[in-house]
Design a binder for this molecule. Structure first.
Ligand code: SF4
Ligand code: SF4
Length: 122
């Protein structure tokens, strides 16, 4: 993970272009322990055998259809700033972005050249 040179600019590119289709069991456990049924409602538990599940996201609880954009991404302004509505409980894959400089460049992450806070978007 990048630390010293990384500064989140809240551009939202990781959320808009860094698509992922599953979260980990640790995320489901975290949301369960935190009582966040509102997040769990957007997770489809797909049985994969032996009592295990794949945790597919994000699935609209009303339509049961997978949505194209993360439902927790909020646009803050027309200038293109974004925040995560579940920042403190975001999935592990989001907490660990970017995994490398190459990964950041592929997604178009502006954090590598930023000068703001060190906190990731939230
Ligand atoms: S959960 Fe938060 S950090 Fe992860 S994609 Fe959605 S808005 Fe972005
Ligand atoms: S982590 Fe990078 S891509 Fe994501 S909002 Fe921050 S600057 Fe943008």
């Amino acid at each position: 993970m990048l630390t010293k040179t990384f500064t989140c600019e809240r551009c939202g590119n990781c959320c808009l272009h860094g698509a992922f289709s599953e979260v980990g069991e640790e995320d489901v456990v975290l949301w369960t322990d935190s009582g966040r049924t509102d997040i769990l409602e957007w997770v489809h538990f797909r049985p994969i055998g032996d009592g295990d599940y794949a945790y597919e996201v994000w699935v609209d609880p009303k339509t049961k259809q997978e949505v194209e954009q993360c439902p927790w991404l909020e646009k803050l302004s027309d200038a293109g700033a974004y925040m995560c509505q579940i920042h403190d409980l975001k999935p592990s894959i989001c907490r660990h972005f970017p995994a490398s400089r190459k990964h950041a460049e592929e997604i178009g992450c502006l954090g590598l050249e930023g000068t703001g806070t060190e906190e990731k978007h939230g």
